[in-house]
Design a protein around this ligand. Structure first.
Ligand code: SAH
Ligand code: SF4
Length: 371
């Protein structure tokens, strides 16, 4: 795992100033630097995030002079939609080409009364969980705030302003290894002047980066999902290599701290990817229940979604049900994730984008490290 070493933010290019990734405070600071009144920040945020307009020349309630100043200082390239796939159930997967090379995927999942957008935070992922296609790609770099916001901007441009009611950081990458970009995005998503989503409609999923969980708790109030996947350190060290840095005891203590600052209705969702013969026995289910006792938890069981070369199998439906009923019988709230979009490889853990070849892991050594 390479998370001790900072990842580059951009590859071989000057960072560009785009309104897309700037939270309200950043837009105010820009206006101040340009000698302009900061109250225009709310108008600008409304244009970008409510009306989907990035071209400052089209922001007609700003004076011509202000538009001209802004236009001189902004360069706002958007990723290019390289491919769009739609599954039979309406799930859409977008492949977005980034400046400087590489591409990330995001997935829109329509449901009866909501639309969830699953977004990526890194190009690849350094955590390298052996059951995850993104991890098998290695990592190239951090996404910038504007590249993360672009996933939402482009989806809304394609599907309509009201299409996205929920945002989950469950695409490519470990969001808590990229807080520098993720925090402004969270502020934009929950700022009434920008997207104005309620904090319960924005979920960060993490493999358990403990210090960043504490930072998140103090700087943003959003829903948290923790990728558990194993009831003991020996197995979790292999399945979620982040565990070697922050073992279960530290992780669960961080979960308790996270909930301590929240209202009594909030909970943490623990994700558990079920791998046949590896972590799916009734005894392991009992151990999970013991581990989570005393924590306001929901468990989301995700039967393994296969990808080419993966050294794991999905358990039988009977094994999945048995695992869930042990947890349920011990008073835990359990949901099992329905397969969505797996025929277009858009389900959890199947996102690969395109990470340039030199960043890829050697598949052989990767498979050998799996259980
Ligand atoms: N990096 C973050 C968020 C992205 S992954 C994290 O790991 O939490 C979103 C969820 O999909 C995680 O719980 C992850 O463990 C799970 N996942 C990854 N690969 C999977 C696969 N092949 N099948 C099922 N779930 C998978
Ligand atoms: Fe990274 Fe999450 Fe995949 Fe693990 S499961 S490799 S942390 S994206």
């Amino acid at each position: 795992m390479e998370h001790d070493r900072p990842l580059p933010d951009e590859v071989g290019q000057e960072p560009v100033l785009s309104l897309l990734g700037m939270d309200q405070q950043a837009v105010r600071a820009l206006l101040q630097d340009l000698g302009q009144p900061t109250y225009h920040a709310r108008q600008i945020l409304a244009w970008v995030h409510r009306r989907g307009v990035l071209d400052v020349e089209a922001m007609t309630d700003l004076s011509r002079a202000l538009r001209a100043v802004l236009a001189r200082h902004l360069a706002q390239p958007l990723p290019i939609v390289l491919r769009q796939q739609v599954s039979a159930c309406g799930t859409r997967k977008y492949l977005l080409g980034l400046q400087g090379g590489g591409a990330v995927e995001c997935v829109f999942i329509p449901q009866i009364s909501r639309g969830t957008l699953c977004i990526s935070s890194q190009l690849g992922c350094p955590v390298a969980c052996p059951f995850c296609a993104t991890g098998a790609q290695g990592v190239r770099r951090q996404l910038t705030a504007q590249e993360i916001m672009a996933q939402i901007f482009l989806t809304r441009a394609a599907l309509g302003a009201d299409a996205v009611s929920h945002v989950v950081f469950m695409g490519m990458g470990e969001p808590l290894l990229n807080l520098k970009a993720v925090l402004p995005v969270l502020r934009l998503l929950t700022d009434q002047a920008a997207y104005g989503l309620s904090k319960r409609r924005v979920t960060i999923s993490t493999s358990g980066v403990v210090p960043a969980m504490d930072q998140l708790a103090s700087e943003a109030d959003v829903a948290l999902a923790v990728s558990l996947h194993a009831p003991d350190d020996a197995l979790r060290d292999v399945l979620v290599p982040m565990n070697r840095h922050y073992p279960l005891e530290m992780l669960l203590a961080a979960c308790r701290r996270y909930l301590a600052g929240k209202d009594h209705k909030s909970h943490i969702t623990f994700e558990y990817c079920l791998l046949a013969g590896v972590n799916d026995s009734p005894a392991q289910a009992k151990a999970v229940a013991r581990l989570l006792s005393g924590i306001r938890a929901k468990i989301n069981l995700i039967p393994f979604n296969p990808f080419p070369g993966a050294p794991f199998e999905r358990p039988s439906d009977a094994a999945i049900d048995a695992f869930g009923s042990v947890l349920h019988g011990r008073g835990l709230r359990v949901t099992t994730r329905r397969k969505r979009g797996d025929e277009i490889a858009a389900a959890c853990g199947q996102l690969v984008g395109t990470v340039p070849a030199r960043a890829r892991r050697d598949k052989q050594s990767h498979a050998a490290s799996a259980v």
